[in-house]
Design a binder for this molecule. Structure first.
Ligand SMILES: [Mg+2]
Length: 332
C-alpha cells in the first residue's frame, strides 16, 4: 500500500477508532480506557458527520480533477443535510434512495442517533447555512471541528484552512467554534505531507499570527508546551468547545512521540480519551491526526477489521478519497 493511501486510511479509520474508544468515557470524570468495551468499537455522531464531510471532499476532488471549480461549503452543507435526514427523518424519500445506493449511508441510517450535538441538529433543522460573514449563532461547540479532518485533502486545489473554517461555520457561528476546523484541516494536511506535529502547530500559529483573534492559536501553543513537559491534560479544558477539543487532541498527538512509532497511535489516542471531558470528540480528532501521521498500518489490529463497526465501508471510503485525491493532484 502506498504511504499516502495508508495515511488517508489512517485519518478515516483512526478518527472512528478514537471516537469508539472515547464514547463510553464521555461523561466519566476519571476514565481508564485501555480498549473497546466488550471488544467492539461502536462509533458516534462525530465519525458520522466526518463521513459526510469526506463525501463532500470527494465530490470536490473529482470536480478539481476535471478542472471544474466546485463550491466546497455548498457541497458540505448538502452532505450535512443528508446526515440530518438519516437522524431526524428516517422515512424520507431522500434517505430511501441513499440506502439503496450507498452502503455506508445506509449503515449510518441504521445507527440512527448517536448523541448528535444540539447546535448541528438545530442549524440543520432551520435549513439555512451560516458562513463567516453571517454567523448563524454564537456557538463555540466542538461540533464544527470534530468532523473537519478530511478537508485536509483539498490542499493544493483550495485553501484547506479557509475551507475548514467555512465548513464549520455552516453550523457554528462563534470563531472559537469554526476556526479550530481550519487549524485541524491544515494540521492533518501537514501530517499527510510528512511533517512532525510540533512543526505543524508552530507553522500554523505563525501563519495565523495577527489574523487569528480567537483563542485557538494560544490554546494550541499551550497544548504543545504542556505536552513537552508531560503536564496534565486537564490544564487544557474538557473539550466541549472547539478550541479546547482541538488543543486536547493536539496535546495527545504531540505526546505520541514519547514511544516508538509502532505504538505511537495507541499511546496518543489513549491519552486523548482518558480525561474528564468530551472523550469521543477528542478521541476522534486525535485519531484523525495520529492516523494521518502514522498511517492505518500503525493502528492496533485489535481496534480495526472485525473489531470496528463498519470497518470495511470506512476503508472503502478512504480508498475512494485516495483515488480522487491523486487525480486532483495530477490535474493541478
Ligand atoms: Mg459523539
Amino acid at each position: 500500500m502506498s504511504v499516502i493511501r495508508d495515511r488517508i486510511r489512517g485519518m478515516i479509520i483512526g478518527a472512528a477508532v478514537g471516537d469508539a474508544l472515547g464514547a463510553p468515557a464521555e461523561f466519566d470524570k476519571d476514565p481508564h480506557v485501555t480498549g473497546y468495551v466488550g471488544g467492539f468499537g461502536r462509533w458516534t455522531d462525530d465519525t458520522q458527520m466526518m463521513v459526510f464531510t469526506a463525501r463532500a471532499v470527494d465530490k470536490c476532488l473529482r470536480a478539481f480533477a476535471s478542472r471544474q471549480h466546485p463550491d466546497f461549503a455548498r457541497e458540505a452543507w448538502q452532505q450535512y443535510e443528508h446526515w440530518y435526514d438519516t437522524m431526524a427523518r428516517p422515512n424520507s424519500k431522500v434517505v430511501q434512495v441513499n440506502c439503496e445506493t450507498v452502503p455506508l449511508i445506509a449503515a449510518i441510517r441504521m445507527q440512527g442517533e448517536r448523541g448528535p450535538g444540539n447546535t448541528c441538529m438545530t442549524s440543520l433543522k432551520d435549513g439555512v447555512p451560516g458562513n463567516l460573514a453571517r454567523p448563524l449563532n454564537d456557538s463555540k461547540g466542538a461540533g464544527g471541528v470534530m468532523r473537519a479532518a478530511p478537508v485536509a485533502l483539498l490542499r493544493g486545489n483550495a485553501d484547506e484552512f479557509l475551507a475548514g473554517c467555512e465548513s464549520a461555520a455552516l453550523t457554528h457561528g462563534h470563531q472559537d467554534g469554526w476556526m479550530p476546523a481550519g487549524y485541524l484541516a491544515r494540521i492533518v494536511a501537514d501530517m499527510i505531507d510528512g511533517w512532525t506535529i510540533s512543526d505543524s502547530v508552530r507553522e500554523s500559529t505563525l501563519y495565523m499570527e495577527g489574523k487569528d483573534k480567537s483563542r485557538v492559536g494560544f490554546a494550541l501553543d499551550d497544548a504543545i508546551e504542556v505536552a513537552k513537559r508531560q503536564g496534565r491534560v486537564d490544564d487544557l479544558g474538557e473539550g466541549w468547545v472547539g478550541d479546547e477539543a482541538l488543543a486536547i487532541a493536539v496535546y495527545a498527538a504531540a505526546r505520541s512521540v514519547e514511544v516508538g512509532t509502532d505504538s505511537a497511535f495507541a499511546h496518543g489516542v489513549l491519552i486523548a480519551v482518558n480525561h474528564p471531558g468530551d472523550s469521543d470528540t477528542t478521541g476522534c480528532i486525535a485519531g484523525a491526526i495520529l492516523g494521518a501521521k502514522y498511517g492505518e498500518s500503525s493502528i492496533p489490529e485489535i481496534w480495526t477489521f472485525e473489531h470496528l463497526e463498519y470497518y470495511k465501508l470506512l476503508a472503502e471510503l478512504a480508498d475512494r478519497l485516495y483515488v480522487s485525491y491523486e487525480s486532483a493532484q495530477m490535474a493541478r
